[in-house]
Design a protein around this ligand. Sequence first.
Ligand SMILES: Cc1cc2nc3c(=O)[nH]c(=O)nc-3n(C[C@H](O)[C@H](O)[C@H](O)COP(=O)(O)OP(=O)(O)OC[C@H]3O[C@@H](n4cnc5c(N)ncnc54)[C@H](O)[C@@H]3O)c2cc1C
Ligand SMILES: NC(=O)c1ccc[n+]([C@@H]2O[C@H](COP(=O)([O-])OP(=O)(O)OC[C@H]3O[C@@H](n4cnc5c(N)ncnc54)[C@H](O)[C@@H]3O)[C@@H](O)[C@H]2O)c1
Length: 467
Amino acid sequence: MTFDYDLFVIGGGSGGVRAARIAASEYGARVGLAEEDRMGGTCVIRGCVPKKLMIFASQAGAMAAESRGYGWAEASAGSFDWPAFHGKLARELDRLEGAYSGGLMGAGVQIHHQRARIRDAHTVELADGTRLSAKHILIAAGGRPQRPGIPGEELGMISDDLFTMEKLPASVLVVGGSFIACEFATILNGLGVRTTLAYRGDAVLRGFDGEMRRHATEQLRIVGVDLRLGVSPTRLDRDEAGIRASFDDGSSAVYEAVMFATGRAPYTAGLGLEEAGVKLGRKGEIIVDEWSQSSVPSIYAVGDVTDRVNLTPVAIREGHSFADTVFGAKPRKVDHSLFGAAVYLRPHELATIGLTEEQAETRATPSDVYVASFRPMRSLFGGSEARAVMKLIVDAETDKVLGCHIFGPEAGEMIQLVAIPMGMGATKAQFDAAIAVHPTLAEELVTMRKPNRRIGGTLSDKTRASA
Ligand SMILES: Cc1cc2nc3c(=O)[nH]c(=O)nc-3n(C[C@H](O)[C@H](O)[C@H](O)COP(=O)(O)OP(=O)(O)OC[C@H]3O[C@@H](n4cnc5c(N)ncnc54)[C@H](O)[C@@H]3O)c2cc1C
Ligand SMILES: NC(=O)c1ccc[n+]([C@@H]2O[C@H](COP(=O)([O-])OP(=O)(O)OC[C@H]3O[C@@H](n4cnc5c(N)ncnc54)[C@H](O)[C@@H]3O)[C@@H](O)[C@H]2O)c1
């Protein structure tokens, strides 16, 4: 049987673009790709990239304060010009979008700028009715922000809206306590917006190492975010002064804007998947095996649409591995058990890889926990109270480093480098064999001599804590 394409990709985001480009350029596949919105997907257009640029923009006040601590007595951030920043951001995203399209076209991929859906195991249908056949179909349709399902929720914004706002609100309520909520609260607060963050838990960033969560929570408070922990909004109403949010503790307050960061869900609705026999999970995610293959053998899926690890580099790795496996005769699985991640808070980021202390505590074998907590010389001299924290979780029997958690400036950059020895299975002794680079923050990672406590396993002895 002949097909129009060897591969048809639905979605021009992180995972889809990588898979399409590798299949076409490295393995000579005839590839078509459909994108219903802007090329580049969530990360480039309404995620990682504009978010990080906004994080940079939001730290001017803190940088001026630090400069004053270093003798620049008049240092001031001045006033923030949102339209100027926003215009420049739009041009940068246009440039990136062009680069993504150009890269694909250069590789010989045919781009269809419209929505696609599945008709059967080998057929997709475009919004204009065109039907195209492909030997393999890759779904890389990503995810979509979810509102929490409360009355009046349409009055609130979602993360996509941060990047298209015409003007900054004077006050905002951010709802949620994970990556997006914490980063957006950091951005808006840093840009001068009166920011409240409402989160139903008792510390932000559930799932991260508990000690690090407490530092991140405290930092949000210190930089001026009005943290409302243990509460959730129950309804929103339009009020003369703005949007009134009522909370489940009986309180209410008015904000100029409300932003929901209450999770994302795989974007599989209306794709024709179930009709084609593709099995979906509870959240609508495409169920795939370790090769990213769905229940229909010719249909694969990568990235957020599979709801495995929802990060750009993971989607890219899954897309690349799919292309290597299916078109390059180089079978390659993705190891989802070890990946680094960073939450871009300010002044200190939270970055992590491997097991948290809470996870290590449940292991049958004991682990040693090394913690260094200190005020870095840069902030100390600059007059800031900000503390940095480094933590290593080490298998007490094999000496293998199982987890690393860093709360500090540029922690994301540091964890990227720690990911290399950890991926190689390095031991604590091998970390320590590295001669420190001085004076740096990161030198703490190779100079922590004695464990602060031993946890998990039968040897558990929390009383040895000496911190
Ligand atoms: C605010 C925010 C900040 C983030 N920050 C980070 C970060 O700092 N670091 C990090 O690693 N990750 C971050 N992420 C997560 C990251 O953006 C995603 O994990 C990543 O983009 C997933 O890639 P993907 O290819 O699965 O999907 P996407 O990038 O979402 O791409 C899917 C594409 O498919 C298109 N599409 C969907 N359905 C169809 C259809 N039927 N027909 C045609 N086209 C379709 C969509 O328009 C979209 O362009 C962030 C996410 C958000 C929302
Ligand atoms: N720096 C980064 O790498 C980065 C940044 C942003 C997003 N991301 C990725 O995007 C994914 C989605 O981000 P997210 O922040 O939406 O994560 P998430 O889905 O983990 O967070 C959802 C948050 O909303 C809260 N929530 C859910 N329903 C609620 C309700 N009804 N009422 C009140 N609160 C509610 C949850 O308790 C949680 O804190 C992340 O898992 C991450 O993989 C990564």
